[in-house]
Design a protein around this ligand. Sequence first.
Ligand SMILES: [Zn+2]
Length: 324
Amino acid sequence: MSFPKHRPRRLRRSEALRSLVRETRLTTGGLIYPMFVCPGTEVRTEVSSMPGVYQQSVDQIVEECREVEALGIPGIILFGLPESKDARGTSSTSAQGVVQRAIEAIRKAKLKLLVITDVCLCEYTDHGHCGVIENGEVANDPTLAILAEQAVSHARAGADIVAPSDMMDGRVAAIRAALDENKFADIAILSYAAKYCSGFYGPFREAAQSTPQFGDRRSYQMDPANAREALKEVALDLEEGADMVMVKPALPYLDIIRRVRDTFDVPVGAYNVSGEYAMVKAAAQKGWLDEQRVVLELLTSIQRAGAEIILTYHAKDVARWLKP
Ligand SMILES: [Zn+2]
């Protein structure tokens, strides 16, 4: 392959040519929009570090869901800000919980949106950790039953997919068994299989009010330096019954997305997290970046790395930009 016989620029001469040979085509059909549901009615509070993202009461969530569906986005993922928190995150399993009520309201509104729920304890525990605390540590096995109960309560309310994000060992198996026992064999599991202990979650913790009150999450979330370990985590989750797997965050872990894509034949998702969103928003507000251009470039890079499902706060904007 040598010049002048080969001239790659021949295929870049016009938009029609570039479109013809384009390898990655970002579509709205692969996007999931994350939403934060809080108590009350007619509540819609913008998260200061995430412009355009709101903590909303159930009625407002339903309204935004109508908009999301109209834009052609196939699904949402729900996070809950409960009325009360305790050491064991018990409000996370309540049929009257904010997430459960939001799911029911979305179902009642006859929306066709896929409703995915985040399954974890950190939004519901007063200490802010993703599991229960025993002897000053996040205890793995006692956490599993609560996560499983939470997943079943989401399924009972009408969720299509549950997405455990806690990073406890064995949670997927516990959730699968509990769903099956309760006649929810058709409810799928999207596991946060390779979730890294990342500084990019900062704005989310404001949005979900889930900052750990002591210590950090390094004893359960993955070390950013590890790649081979991510493949082990994914393999374990699939063995335990995960239908789809996710890498989180997305942009600093494109190599992980690629390795997972190349190693496993299941749908792969990536979570373009709050900090990734906030960086773009802040730079765009200052006029330092062209928001539309960089967002489309970033999401294309996540898809090119191998993720066919992208969870992103940019979803609504992207759906508008991609509209023919
Ligand atoms: Zn958590």
